[in-house]
Design a protein around this ligand. Sequence first.
Ligand code: SF4
Length: 346
Amino acid sequence: MSDFSNKLIDWYSVNKRALPWRETTDPYLIWISEIILQQTRVVQGYDYFIRFVERFPTVKSLAEADEDEVMKYWQGLGYYSRARNLHTAAKSILGDFPKSYDEILSLKGVGEYTASAICSFAYNLPYAVVDGNVYRVLSRYLGIDTPIDSTQGKKLFASLAAELLDKSNPGIYNQAIMDFGAIQCIPSSPDCNVCPLVDSCIAFAEKLTRVLPVKQGKTKSSNRYFNYIYVRMGAYTFINKRSGNDIWKNLFELPLIETEHLLSEEEFYALPQFQQLFTSGEEPMIRCLERNVKHVLSHRIIITNFYEVVLSEHSKSFSNYKKVAIKDIDQFAVSRLIHLFLEKYL
Ligand code: SF4
């Protein structure tokens, strides 16, 4: 065992976070936790994990569940393709959870990082994990300024991680380096004076902790403009399930008209797509409830206007949408944007 891994594992034995997916070697539970934590912080993911595995405690129970229910348990976590992929992958597993790296990597939504995490945590197989924490620790400790988001950087860090992996104890070593990055060698202002690696850390010696790791470029975000219509028809409203290869796929939402730019109320009311929603002769009451609501996703900002339309109880308008009782609307999985709106207005 190298000095590096020795020190990391010693540090981990004192500082390890007590998390339910760390106390198990069940590959299914580890898989669920890793997928939840891909784009979610531990504090937020914790409750979701508990609720999710209480309802779907085994691969079989997840495979047999209805997709709408799986999405409901994911509601609010974002990046909904993760839930869809989990469900698809669960259905593809016949019998026990796969035991080899290649089989695990072939599951839908599982990349190299997740496959390595499952193999090492559940089966103690010698695969090194490389996540944001590992990039940071290695680039600082070894003083490497190759951008971590470049092809060259990814290759370099993957081979360094594999080289440094403690092959006699891959599961514990991987958890140790990830926790070390999350707790000790944190992105800004790491407390190097209490770090067990300080004597051999190049970033510390050369005062590079602020500049390492290097990233080559940030993704630009672009705007999208949504106009949601909250219909009131007596005790009913209308919703729609999103489809296509787009954000929030398979989640429900209010009737939506997306536009190229933010429209004034008058421009919106004059839109043919809006007028076509109504049967001829209908005289609905229409008002704008909220303008310019900004919802930030990883690569784009959704700018939304919410409208309210009040129809007579016997109206035939919005007939292409799903009619639901307003009191039942919380049974449908919706995006956080819609959830916040409904919470405010219902
Ligand atoms: S000395 Fe500082 S920069 Fe180096 S590994 Fe420790 S915490 Fe990270």
